[in-house]
Structures are given as structure tokens and as C-alpha cells.
Design a binder for this molecule. Structure first.
Ligand code: NAP
Length: 305
């Protein structure tokens, strides 16, 4: 069984299917994973013109299914990894597996503000490709929070819809790759706001986003930037709550394999963003999925030896 249907999970499915291991992929709530929420993927090898993130994931699924993998729209609610076979509670039903690959990925990190929570889906969002084209954002000033590649990608995408895009970053240097940072800084519709953090999303009383309150971390000065939408792109947190106290993980929740893809429980393997806070690329996740699949194949062969 494979938990997760992003690049890591579907590559693991492709390899285990081709090894005749009849993998079942439990897709989670977002089939195809986070890449389905991105626009063009320009750095996945083999696509010189780039490829739409959703299309890339649909192709990966099709390729895995061609060799017999099954992909089920399902959520894992609990795991019991104390005995063989391992038991999973999947949408209320108990299912068993001899080997498990965890490729549960990561979710969007939140700012952690009460006003952010109250205005989610009412102007606060975590995905420009999903929501950017909504009428409420058209020809309006918009805000993107973050300084990494995701924030730059969101800001660039939103220039199609917003009148202006304010990029709020807590430092005065973007973390993003040079190529993305260059595109952002040379775009006349994007206005960087440096050294600033969002302290409140306005206006909870009106039930919609009208602006953000900012604090300059160097001077302490407070300002308000008017906007109709807040796109938060400040990184990710691993989807590993299910495994707390069961598998070794670091303080941020990233699973810690013992060696290769093998976790602290024999027969349980990890791949992709749930175990990687360093590279976090589509291609590295796919590579980790491949490695986990090869290790599963060897592990199952050793059980039967
Ligand atoms: P990231 O690289 O971790 O960047 C997160 C950004 O959010 C950083 O600028 C960080 O500030 C800021 N931040 C974090 N917590 C914050 C908070 N509580 N309040 C305010 N700001 C906060 O995450 P990412 O941009 O999502 O990228 C993740 C990975 O995916 C990276 O490896 C990236 O290269 C890759 N990616 C690549 C592409 C592409 O190549 N086109 C597109 C998207 C993502 P600091 O800089 O001060 O830490």
C-alpha cells in the first residue's frame, strides 16, 4: 500500500506495479498532490517547454495504472504498525498490508493568525492557481506573503488578474531561485514590501478581505495595505500527524528514515516531501518514490526467501 498520490507516491506505484506487487495507492484528499495546484512546471526533465502541473500528475497516474496500480480516492484515518501485517483504517474500514510506503507529502503552512483563519476562503487563500481567477480578485490590489519560489510563482501568476501585487517578505532578500527572483523584481505589477510581517488580515467584521496590517520588523512601524485577496505562500508542513509517536520524526514533523527509505519500523518506507525538507522538488520526490519501491521489492523478497 502507498499513502499519497503525488510525485513520490505515483512513482512508487509505477515501480511496484512493474514488479508485480499489485500496489494500492490511497490518494488522500488531494489526488495528484500539491503539484496539481501549480501552474507550469519548468524544471521537470523531459519537458523542454514546461508541463502543466495537473497534466504531469494525471500522466503519472495513467502510467502507473497501465502496469496494474490501483488508485483509490481515500483517506487514511489511523495506522497500526506494531504487528505484521500492518493495519490501516481507511475511510472507516480496516485494510492490511505487508509493506507500506508513506508518501503523504506536505500541506500549506499558515501564518497562524486568528483573522487569517476567520477569513479563509473569503479572500485568504493558499493557492493562486486554484483561486486567482475568481471574480473577487479581478482588477483588485492583491497581497502575496512569502519570499520563496512559491511566493514568486504566485505573485507572477496573479499579475494576470490583480491591478497590483504586493509581495510581503519578512526579510529584504528573496529566498527564491535567481531566475524566479529576477522575474518578480523586474515585473512592474509586483511591488515588494521588505522586512515586513502580516499582523492582521482585515476585515473580520466585514467578513471579507479589505487589507492587511503590517509591521516592519526593523523599525516596528505599522502600516495597512489595501487589498482584496491574501495569498499565503510561506512554505509547507509535512502531513505526518498520523505517525506521531509511531515513527521517528524531527521536531518539524518530517519523517526520519533510518537508512535509504526504510523507517524506524521494518517494512515501512518513506518518500517525498513528508521526509524531505531540503530539496522538495518534483523530481527528487519522484526519485525517492522509485527508491522506496525498490526497497519494498527487496524487503518482500526477503520475507519469502
Ligand atoms: P520555502 O523555500 O521554504 O520559502 C518559504 C518562504 O516563506 C521564505 O521566504 C520564508 O522566509 C517565508 N516564511 C516562512 N515562514 C514564514 C512566516 N511564518 N511568516 C512570514 N514568512 C514566512 O518554501 P516554498 O517557496 O514553498 O518552496 C518550497 C520548495 O519548493 C523549495 O525548494 C522551492 O525551490 C520549491 N519550489 C520550486 C518552484 C520552481 O522552481 N518553480 C516553485 C515552487 C516551489 P525566509 O526566507 O525569511 O525564511
Amino acid at each position: 500500500m502507498i499513502i499519497g498520490s503525488g510525485c513520490a507516491g505515483l512513482t512508487a506505484a509505477l515501480y511496484t506495479a512493474r514488479a508485480n506487487l499489485a500496489p494500492l495507492v490511497l490518494s488522500g484528499l488531494m489526488p495528484g498532490g500539491l503539484l496539481t495546484t501549480t501552474s507550469t512546471v519548468e524544471n521537470y526533465p523531459g519537458f523542454p517547454e514546461g508541463v502543466d502541473g495537473y497534466e504531469l500528475m494525471a500522466r503519472m497516474q495513467k502510467q502507473a495504472e497501465r502496469f496494474g496500480a490501483r488508485v483509490q480516492f481515500a483517506t487514511v484515518e489511523a495506522v497500526d504498525l506494531a504487528h505484521q501485517p500492518f493495519a490501516l483504517t481507511v475511510d472507516g474500514e480496516r485494510v492490511e498490508t505487508k509493506a507500506l510506503i508513506i508518501a503523504s507529502g506536505a500541506g500549506h503552512r499558515r501564518l497562524g493568525l486568528e483573522s487569517e483563519r476567520r477569513l479563509e476562503k473569503q479572500g485568504v487563500t493558499y493557492c493562486a492557481t486554484c483561486d486567482g481567477a475568481l471574480p473577487m480578485f479581478r482588477n483588485q490590489p492583491l497581497v502575496v506573503v512569502g519570499g520563496g519560489d512559491s511566493a514568486c510563482e504566485e505573485a507572477l501568476y496573479l499579475t494576470r488578474f490583480g491591478s497590483v501585487v504586493h509581495l510581503i517578505h519578512r526579510r529584504d532578500l528573496l529566498r527564491a531561485s535567481r531566475i524566479m527572483a529576477g522575474r518578480v523584481l523586474s515585473n512592474p505589477k509586483i511591488r515588494p514590501v521588505w522586512d515586513s510581517v502580516v499582523t492582521e488580515v482585515l476585515d473580520v467584521n466585514q467578513g471579507k478581505v479589505t487589507g492587511v496590517r503590517l509591521r516592519n520588523v526593523k523599525t516596528g512601524a505599522e502600516t495597512v495595505v489595501d487589498c482584496a485577496g491574501v495569498f499565503v505562500a510561506i512554505g509547507h508542513t509535512p502531513n505526518t500527524d498520523l505517525f506521531k509517536g509511531v515513527l521517528a520524526m524531527d521536531e518539524q514533523g518530517y519523517l526520519l528514515p533510518l537508512r535509504g527509505a526504510q523507517t524506524s519500523v521494518t517494512g515501512v518506507f518513506v518518500a517525498g516531501d513528508c521526509a524531505d525538507h531540503v530539496y522538495r522538488q518534483a523530481i527528487t520526490a519522484a526519485g525517492m518514490g522509485c527508491a522506496a519501491a525498490i526497497e519494498v521489492e527487496r524487503y518482500l523478497a526477503s520475507l519469502n526467501a
